[in-house]
Structures are given as structure tokens and as C-alpha cells.
Design a protein around this ligand. Structure first.
Ligand code: PMP
Length: 425
């Protein structure tokens, strides 16, 4: 029996489903999850010592590749000085200043330990600031697992959402309106009717939780104009896109200044660190300055900050994002060209170090279009790639991630592997 399977069976006895986050269980694609033994650069090794080219990179954080020596050294040095203090440190100010420098819309920032905490806190803050309850999110976007965000659309345009998870009282999602991504007309109509009651709109500025979906320019412009007009806080959830699609995050590509931004993944360089920040007048509403409560025993943890700060410094090397974008675009172009030659219906898209592959005719722009793609075919492709030692996200609805450690040679190897995998479909 494979050691991965052995561990999966053993894990299921003490851990629900054998995993600590559901998508890791391969529920959508079937088969046995790979248990990671170690990772380095673009590779990881599973429990059977098989080496894979990794296009998940811990779901985004590993933008420098795994175990970058400078990040590891910074973490080791920080750990020697103590793991956690529950008192302020200078390095927290260092990383806050770095974040404010790189993302000009962020005038002040607070550190937390996960993306879920960042978005949950940003929404509470927006509600406290506006003294309104209702919030808007978009179908197919994921913002972590806090109660008011585990919601699916109601039955009518202006009916508020229903829980999408057990354990979430309907009362908690009653204030969350779910609208369609990229639907300007619906957004306009909603703001015309109830704009004055909306505390905030939370957006994945480039969606990565329904495969990769880009917003139209008209959509992001309308969103900024309408929220400004109605005194609604615009939250860019850049947990995934932050520092990955561009040094200035997705907002720099859109030319949009959101009121609040949430960060995670890259900002922590692989350690549990996330952040939310934005306009100083809004941030002033947080305790101890204001009456919106938010706190954390491990917030601003010195070891996590060391990893994050070192990562933020390294991604500021000249042309880092241009190079990352070029390699990611080449990967997608190579795989799509191979599919075309083989007569397989496939298209792809990328931005910075994020990419999407879709088994359908045209690049989708809404959740409904993504879910209409050929999921069964994706699953077969996923397993064929796994057999080729290339590890993609185990779901047709997740974006992929490239790191700067994915050299041109590795990208070409991956394209060749994809060509062989596509030929088996
Ligand atoms: N927001 C976005 C856009 C995300 O992609 C994620 C996680 N994938 C989260 C929030 C939640 O972050 P975490 O898993 O760190 O709680």
C-alpha cells in the first residue's frame, strides 16, 4: 500500500476526514491526497518520496518557492529570540510601514493570524464605522469561513442570503446580499434601491476561488463610484491577490483606491500572518482608539512577522513581478497551445503569478460560467498531471500559483507533461 494511503487511513481515525482543511482531502477529484514530507523551491516530496512540481504553493504564500533560504534564516533567528510575547515589538512597526509603503491606500494596518480573521475584522470595522448592518459579497468569491460570509444567494434580487454551511444561523446571513460578479446592471439597481443601508461591499478584486476570474473595468469602476456615492466602505479582499498579481496588489492594476484592504498568504511568507488596513479615519474606530473590538494572542507574532517582512523585501527585487508574470503566462500559453493541437477544448488566463485553466470554449467571467465547464474532464486531467509529477489544485474551481523558483526549464517541463496528460483525455 502507498504510504500516502496508509497515512490517509490513519489520519481519518484522529482527524475528521484526515485533513485540517477540506479541499486537501481530494473530495472533488477523488483518489488519495499526497502527504507532504518536505518542500523546496518549486518542488515538494510526498510520503512515498515522489517529487512533484507544485502549482499550489500552500495556496498562494510560497511566491519565492518553498523554504527560501533567506526566509528560513529570518525565521530561525526570530525563533531564537522568543516565540511570542503578547506585547508590542519593533518588527511589527517595520512590517506595518512596509505594507503602507507598498499599498498606498493602506494608511494604517493591523496584523492578525489568518485571512478569515482579516476579512471578519474588516467587515466588523466597516459596520462599526458606517453604523449599518447590511453587506454585499459576490457569488463564487470566498472570504474565509466567518458566519456571515458562509452564504449563498437568496431567491430574488434583493432577498438576502441563506447559510451555505451547517451551524450558521439564518439570522447571521440575513444581512448578507449575494450579487453576481461582473454584473454592473444588478449592482447599479441594488445601490439605487438600498445603497444607503449597505455598510460594505467585499470583493475579490481578481477572483481566485472560482478558478481565476477577472473583473471587467466597468465593474470595478462602478463599484468604486457607487460605494463612494452611498457612503459604503469598499473592501478589497487581497488575501490571495496581495503582492502576488503585482507589487502594489490588484488595486494597483485596477487604478482603484479601496477604503479597506485585507491581506494574507504572501504577506506572511508561509507563516500564519494576515492583515487588514486602509483609511486612517476608519482604522481609528478599532480598539483601543475606538469602540470596534478586535484582538489576538498571537497577532503580530514575531516569527511570522520575520517570514513576512523578509518575503516583502525579496519580492521588491527589480522586475520580480514582470518575470513571474512572464513565466506564468508562458505556462498557460504552452498548455492551451498543446490542447489546441490535440483538439481538446481548453482555455486559460493568468495575471501575475496566478493562473486559471478552464475546460470550456471561452474564458469565463461569472461563477455560473465557471461551473458550466467540464469538471469531469478536469478531474481526469488533474490525475494525469499527478501521474506526470505535476501537482495542480485538486478542484476545477481553484486558481493555480507559480513561484519565482519555477524556472523557464520547469515551466517547459510542465508544458510537456500537460501535453502528455491532455493526450490521455
Ligand atoms: N480571502 C480570500 C480571497 C482567500 O482566498 C482566502 C483563503 N483562500 C481567505 C480570505 C481566507 O484566508 P485563510 O484561509 O487564511 O483564513
Amino acid at each position: 500500500m502507498s504510504r500516502n494511503l496508509e497515512l490517509f487511513e490513519r489520519g481519518k481515525k484522529s482527524i475528521p476526514g484526515g485533513v485540517n482543511s477540506p479541499v486537501r482531502a481530494f473530495g472533488s477529484v477523488g483518489g488519495t491526497p499526497r502527504f507532504v514530507k518536505k518542500a523546496n523551491g518549486p518542488y515538494f516530496w510526498d510520503a512515498d518520496d515522489k517529487q512533484y512540481i507544485d502549482y499550489i504553493g500552500s495556496w498562494g504564500p510560497a511566491i519565492l518557492g518553498h523554504a527560501h533560504p533567506e526566509v528560513v534564516a529570518a525565521v530561525q533567528k526570530a525563533a531564537e529570540g522568543g516565540l511570542s510575547f503578547g506585547a508590542p515589538t519593533e518588527v511589527e512597526i517595520d512590517i506595518a510601514e512596509e505594507i503602507c509603503k507598498l499599498v498606498p491606500s493602506i494608511e494604517q494596518v493591523r496584523l492578525v493570524s489568518s485571512g478569515t480573521e482579516a476579512t471578519m475584522s474588516a467587515i466588523r470595522l466597516a459596520r462599526g464605522f458606517t453604523k449599518r448592518d447590511a453587506i454585499i459579497k459576490f457569488e463564487g468569491c470566498y472570504h474565509g469561513h466567518s458566519d456571515s460570509l458562509l452564504v449563498k444567494a437568496g431567491s430574488g434580487l434583493l432577498t438576502f442570503g441563506n447559510p451555505s454551511s451547517g451551524g450558521v444561523p439564518a439570522d447571521f446571513t440575513r444581512h448578507t446580499l449575494v450579487l453576481e460578479y461582473n454584473n454592473v446592471e444588478q449592482l447599479q439597481r441594488t445601490f439605487d434601491e438600498i445603497g444607503h443601508t449597505i455598510a460594505c461591499v467585499i470583493l475579490e478584486p481578481i477572483a481566485g476561488n472560482m478558478n481565476l476570474i477577472k473583473p471587467s473595468e466597468a465593474f470595478v469602476k462602478a463599484l468604486r463610484a457607487l460605494t463612494e456615492q452611498h457612503g459604503t466602505v469598499l473592501i478589497y479582499d487581497e488575501v490571495m491577490t496581495g503582492f502576488r498579481v503585482a507589487l502594489g496588489c490588484a488595486q494597483s492594476l485596477h487604478g482603484i483606491k479601496p477604503d479597506l484592504t485585507t491581506l494574507g498568504k504572501v504577506v506572511g511568507g508561509g507563516m500564519p500572518l494576515a492583515a487588514f488596513g486602509g483609511r486612517a479615519d476608519i482604522m481609528a474606530c478599532i480598539a483601543p482608539l475606538g469602540n470596534v473590538y478586535q484582538a489576538g494572542t498571537l497577532s503580530g507574532n514575531p516569527v511570522a512577522v520575520a517570514a513576512g517582512l523578509t518575503t516583502l523585501k525579496l519580492i521588491q527585487q527589480p522586475d520580480f513581478h514582470a518575470e513571474l508574470s512572464r513565466r506564468t503566462a508562458r505556462l498557460v500559453e504552452g498548455i492551451v497551445a498543446a490542447a489546441r493541437e490535440l483538439g481538446v477544448t481548453l482555455c486559460g488566463d493568468s495575471v501575475g503569478g496566478m493562473f486559471g485553466l478552464y475546460f470550456c470554449e471561452e474564458i469565463p467571467s461569472t461563477f455560473a460560467e465557471v461551473t458550466a465547464s467540464d469538471r469531469e474532464r478536469f478531474n481526469r486531467f488533474f490525475h494525469a498531471m499527478l501521474a506526470e509529477s505535476v501537482y495542480l489544485a485538486p478542484s476545477a474551481y481553484e486558481a493555480g500559483f507559480v513561484s519565482i523558483a519555477h524556472s523557464d526549464e520547469i515551466i517547459e517541463q510542465s508544458i510537456a507533461a500537460a501535453r502528455r496528460a491532455l493526450a490521455t483525455l
